[in-house]
Design a protein around this ligand. Structure first.
Ligand code: SAH
Ligand code: SF4
Length: 378
């Protein structure tokens, strides 16, 4: 069975072409699935019966099984989805006054292994398929529309950040069609400026993203020099800061926004001193030994969300604010991410998802601690 949630419009058109159906039929089908949230071909009333019969048996619209849905007092909602073989991934909805953001996962686990990230500590299980990535949005959008009593044409989610579990640029082939579905006017119709890929710095894939499907880009920096970044983000040994900053400059030539968002997780005594702030300014200004050019950017400071195995501590609030002030004094727009959904463990970097005991699904339900980044910059 082909899961239609995994097909972008071009792929849908190609599939229907094989069934000798015209492009407009593919558009109708695509709209039923993504706009109306319909899974049952027999209820797609304006689609010819002959096509519905051709679809039946070989094609389906298959959502992901929901293991848990948790709602925070602040309106944040977190879903834990079963992706089979003892793996689970998380998706978080964060309502804000002017928008609704969905934080989407791209992999079960992650191979990058950042020191401060609980997904990284879990190791890598597997890539999600396009259908599994889109299913997170499909489910959240239609579930929230019903729950929030939204009218025809209103949407719950107008901002997406690929900041859940996994490194999206290490699952490029599945992520790009998913981005196309998010952007497609016949599906979710999101603006390129409101779909953000967050990466730990997979340099060649930053270039490919720019060539294939430019959307907003967030880069997880966390350190102003290679020695420290090698330690915190092991991928830096392969793609050091100089190459990363050059890739950011190239990306800006095609990006829908005129800045890169740099994320910086604030770790007590590790990367949070005044000297680190000073060197960070030099880095993005192209004045550090490691960087060659100025990269127009915004800095997003994320207070570290601790988990036991990390052995790291969150920087004190005053330190985060002092760090933010020194960046601001140097003219860099800086925000401190507000943690949302604290009461349901929906905060950045506490990713759950992975299944703790592969033999016992129940244990996962009881212990859903995992890292989900929550973007609520002010
Ligand atoms: N792999 C991608 C996207 C997922 S992680 C990336 O690294 O960018 C999304 C964000 O959450 C990243 O900026 C990451 O550094 C941050 N993060 C991870 N663990 C964290 C933690 N324990 N506390 C705070 N932020 C964390
Ligand atoms: Fe992977 Fe991102 Fe976590 Fe690093 S921070 S281990 S890249 S999910």
């Amino acid at each position: 069975m082909v899961n239609l949630l995994g097909l972008d419009l071009d792929a849908m058109v190609a599939r229907l072409d094989v069934l000798q159906e015209k492009r407009f039929r593919a558009i109708q089908l695509f709209r039923w699935i993504h706009r109306a949230g319909e899974t049952d071909f027999s209820r797609m009333t304006d689609i010819a019966r002959s096509l519905r019969e051709k679809l039946q048996g070989s094609y389906e619209v298959r959502a992901l099984p929901v293991l848990t849905e948790q709602c925070s007092a602040d309106g944040t909602v977190k879903w834990l989805f079963d992706v089979g073989d003892g793996n689970a991934v998380e998706t978080v909805y964060i309502p804000e006054s002017d928008r609704g953001t969905l934080c989407v996962s791209s992999q079960a686990g992650c191979a990058v292994g950042c020191r401060f990230c609980s997904t990284g500590h879990q190791g890598f299980s597997r890539n999600l398929s396009t259908a599994e990535i889109v299913a997170q949005l499909w489910w959240a959008e239609h579930r929230l529309r019903a729950r929030l009593n939204l009218g025809q044409g209103e949407r719950a989610i107008d901002n997406i950040v690929m900041m859940g579990m996994g490194e999206p640029l290490q699952n490029f082939a599945a992520v790009v069609p998913a981005l196309r579905i998010m952007l497609d006017d016949h599906a979710y119709g999101l603006s390129r400026r409101r779909v953000t890929v967050s990466t730990s710095g997979v340099v060649p894939m930053i270039d490919r993203l720019g060539q294939t499907c430019p959307v907003a880009l967030a880069v997880s920096l966390h350190a102003p020099d290679d020695t420290l970044r090698d330690h915190l983000v092991p991928l830096n040994r392969k793609y050091p800061l100089g190459e990363l900053m050059s890739a950011c400059s190239r990306y800006l030539e095609v990006a829908p926004r005129d800045f890169i968002t740099f994320e910086y997780c604030m770790l007590d005594g590790v990367n949070d001193s005044d000297d680190h702030a000073r060197r960070l300014v030099a880095l993005v200004r192209g004045q550090s030994p490691e960087s060659g050019q100025t990269v127009p950017c915004k800095l997003n400071l994320i207070p570290f969300n601790p988990f036991p195995a990390s052995g790291l501590r969150r920087s004190p609030k005053e330190r985060v604010l002092a760090f933010a002030r020194s960046l601001q004094a140097a003219g860099i727009v800086t925000t401190v991410r507000r943690t949302r959904g604290d009461d349901i463990d929906a905060a950045c970097g506490q990713l759950a998802g992975e299944v703790l005991d592969r033999t016992d699904v129940g244990s996962r339900l009881a212990r859903d601690v995992f890292p989900i980044p929550v973007v609520a910059a002010r």
